[in-house]
Design a protein around this ligand. Structure first.
Ligand code: HEM
Length: 416
């Protein structure tokens, strides 16, 4: 009875962790989808005026949305580019609100001296939305990661460390080669550096600048930016090396279903579920690291080479076209401004990074304090024979046969 309740409690916890990770990504993605919104004009009330009212300014300061319906219709009379060129000459103290409203609502194409993919974008409406969404990602990210840590702490308190129930046999089985471990630690160390410097760039200004003062903040930020931009290459290399060496071991197999249904035996004592070199839980980590890692690397490259890799414009066009083939209309915005593409890349990059950090928190937990005997697999490349039999019994049997040691000890008995 006790084992049964424990198993259900375990399943509930697993569902909760999954739900939390999912919530994280939905919260962020919801913010992204909003960026394509549009605010076209309605008929003007008689007393309409383009000027900002005190109420507008206060509402913006409260973070509320203020409609631009009226203001975008007060664009002045002479809309010719020549008028703009003339106007952009030396104006001294004079300022032409109609001209700036035309610029603000992309109603004219001013000639500017700036050169490059963002020339002519003097005011960018989506910029404000991007800032709001970045704050949403930061807030939801902190809640999500805090939640993951809390759940792991709860799991540790309730379940305790996954002990080696048959004890250490003292006989070791090789588990990872030198090259596998080098690849893993290249990936792991670069990810941890990228995670820390990335979190700094997201939370530094939002939460820490007042704490450490502007000068130190500027120094640390300059340093973390260099680390982040350069360590990215080590991460990409580590990801490729890990993928190439482990993809064959991470293809789905029959045992995975039983493993998942039994929660891998992680939630109840005395339950050991047969598994190959990587069990279903590790295969999920592998594919999450591969897919999320690739996504965070691609958006990272798009940020590293500003305006040269417009990823989202191409993805949106592809999704719209693919949708069109099956009669659906995804309605994603196309013809994104280069700066808008960068903003989407930045938001997606931080959302995916947050999800990955949450997953890796759980991975580090199980790879260190969470499971007795696990760390030596990646620390020294060897594991105790009983550890292998309890957690990877099918792989252990193959290894022991290969090592010609199977005869002298009976194989571990999986629980029916
Ligand atoms: C201090 C940090 C870390 C520790 C202590 C750690 C520990 C481990 C251990 C012990 C294993 C082998 C498990 C086994 O024998 O089956 C492993 C495997 C693995 N690690 Fe890590 N790891 C860390 C960070 C990372 C990071 C940051 C990533 C990716 C960004 C990562 C990706 C993987 C993958 C894909 C595997 C194979 C699948 C799995 O076992 O989940 N690791 N790690």
């Amino acid at each position: 009875m006790w084992k049964r309740n424990n198993l259900w409690a375990g399943r509930a916890l697993m569902l909760l962790i999954t739900a939390l990770v999912l919530a994280l990504s939905v919260a962020g993605t919801g913010a992204l989808r909003a960026q394509g919104g549009d605010e076209r004009a309605r008929p003007l009330p008689l007393d309409a005026s383009p000027s900002q009212t005190l109420e507008d300014i206060l509402a913006r300061q409260r973070g509320e949305k203020v409609s631009n319906d009226i203001r975008r219709q007060f664009l002045g009379t002479d809309l010719t580019p020549e008028a703009a060129r003339e106007q952009l000459g030396i104006l001294g103290g004079a300022s032409d609100p109609d001209l700036w409203r035309r610029i603000r609502f992309n109603e004219i194409d001013p000639t500017v001296s700036a050169r490059g993919p963002v020339e002519g974008v003097l005011i960018q409406d989506a910029g404000m939305r991007w800032l709001e969404e970045r704050t949403t990602v930061a807030r939801n990210g902190a809640i999500g990661l805090g939640g993951v840590i809390l759940l792991l702490a709860l799991f540790f308190l309730l379940r305790g460390r996954v002990r080696l129930e048959t004890g250490f046999s003292g006989v070791e089985i090789p588990r990872f080669t030198e090259m596998e471990r080098i690849s893993h630690w290249l990936l792991a160390s670069s990810f941890i550096l990228l995670g820390l410097t990335g979190l700094w760039s997201l939370y530094g200004r939002l939460a820490l600048i007042e704490l450490i003062g502007r000068d130190s903040y500027a120094t640390v930020t300059a340093l973390t930016k260099q680390v982040h931009n350069n360590v990215a290459w080590a991460f990409i290399l580590g990801l490729v090396m890990v993928f190439v060496q482990w993809v064959a071991w991470n293809l789905p197999s029959r045992e995975d279903i039983t493993w998942l249904l039994k929660g891998g035996g992680l939630f109840s004592k005395g339950v050991h579920v047969p598994a190959r070199k990587f069990n279903a839980g590790q295969k999920i980590v592998f594919w999450l690291v591969t897919l999320l890692g690739t996504s965070v690397a691609l958006t990272g490259l798009s940020l590293l080479f500003p305006y040269q890799l417009p990823i989202f414009d191409r993805i949106y066009a592809f999704i719209n076209a693919a949708g069109g083939l099956v009669g659906a209309d995804p309605g994603l915005p196309e013809g994104l401004l280069p700066v808008e593409d960068m903003q989407l890349a930045q938001l997606w990059h931080s959302i995916i990074a947050m999800v990955m950090i949450g997953v890796i928190f759980a991975h580090i937990y199980i790879g260190t304090i969470g499971m007795e005997g696990a760390f030596s697999a990646m620390g020294r490349g060897k594991v105790d024979r009983n550890w292998a039999r309890e957690h990877h019994s099918i792989w252990a049997e193959e290894q022991e046969k290969a090592m010609g040691a199977a005869e002298d000890t009976p194989p571990a008995q999986p629980v029916e």
